[in-house]
Design a protein around this ligand. Structure first.
Ligand SMILES: CC(C)NC(=O)[C@H](Cc1c[nH]c2ccccc12)NC(=O)[C@H](CCCC/N=C(/NCCC(=O)O)S[C@H]1O[C@H](COP(=O)(O)OP(=O)(O)OC[C@H]2O[C@@H](n3cnc4c(N)ncnc43)[C@H](O)[C@@H]2O)[C@@H](O)[C@H]1O)NC(=O)OCc1ccccc1
Length: 228
């Protein structure tokens, strides 16, 4: 049994990391076009660094919750029966890995990684970034940026995701609003491939009608019940 699991900010909400579009979510307070685009970074790098430094310091102390732990059990359970999980997350936090998940694909990158815009070197980053941050590779400043996918930028590993989707026996979406593409389009692709689809979310998402079924409630309750 091969299970494709797509997760979004809702799976980390009960770990204290805010979501984007919910009441009091990040995009309530901040404008994504002023902070999560390459143009915004070009225009005002200090402002973009401040935004991601704030989120990074919250992430460093955050702990995984029962939903993350249940997905680790699902991974182990499937592998014990010769199956596998493809855990595709839109999240830039590392709570899946902190919980013990071993096969995590970050399609929108990772905030605890920095990338140099000059030499493209990547390095682990648990502290704040600024325009003065020196790249340990090319020793230049002004090029370090969070290794995340901004709007208008190509998500990571689209071919790997397409292969995993094609091989899946079940598609599960967890804690995502279905508002951002290409991720929001995967349920329709799964359906077109004849793969059963289920949504596990606090409430029906923007693409709820495309799913065969849905279970609604907090992830820390719904995911352990689904995995048992
Ligand atoms: C706004 C939207 C319309 N715009 C887009 O989709 C754009 C443009 C676009 C592309 N194709 C289109 C087609 C149609 C229309 C527009 C487009 N897409 C892009 O720009 C993408 C890149 C988008 C990535 C942007 N980066 C993010 N994040 C990283 C940075 C950062 O984090 O700062 S997006 C960010 O928002 C997305 C949605 O967020 P969610 O995770 O779903 O969170 P949200 O708050 O929205 O919802 C939370 C959900 O959880 C639930 N919940 C809350 N609490 C709980 C709880 N306790 N338990 C359970 N559930 C819970 C809630 O009910 C809710 O449903 C995630 O992907 C997340 O990563 N790039 C691209 O298209 O490149 C070219 C391309 C691509 C492919 C092929 C050829 C060319």
């Amino acid at each position: 049994m091969k299970v494709f699991v797509l997760t979004g900010a809702g799976v980390s909400a009960e770990s204290g990391l805010g979501t984007f579009r919910d009441k009091g979510g990040l995009w309530d307070e901040f404008d994504p076009m002023e902070l999560a685009t390459p143009e915004a970074f070009e225009r005002d790098p200090a402002r973009v660094h401040a935004f991601y430094n704030m989120r990074r310091s919250a992430m460093v102390d955050a702990l995984p919750n029962a939903a993350h732990a249940a997905l680790v059990r699902l991974e182990a359970g499937l592998e014990a029966k010769g199956g596998e999980i493809f855990l595709c997350t839109q999240n830039i936090d590392n709570l899946h890995e902190k919980a013990g998940s071993r096969h995590v694909h970050h399609m929108h990158g990772e905030l605890l990684v920095a990338r140099c815009g000059w030499c493209r070197r990547r390095e682990v980053c648990t502290v704040g970034l600024s325009e003065e941050t020196i790249c340990e590779g090319c020793l230049r400043t002004g090029g370090m940026r969070p290794d995340v996918v901004w709007f208008g930028e190509m998500p990571i590993g689209l071919d790997t995701i397409a292969d995993a989707l094609r091989d899946a026996d079940l598609f599960v979406a967890i804690g995502t609003s279905g508002a951002v593409y290409p991720a929001a389009g995967y349920v329709a692709e799964a359906r077109a491939l004849g793969i059963p689809t289920v949504e596990l979310n606090l409430e029906p998402s923007d693409v709820a009608r495309v799913f065969d079924s849905g279970r609604y409630g907090p992830a820390t309750e719904v995911i352990p019940a689904f995995v048992e």
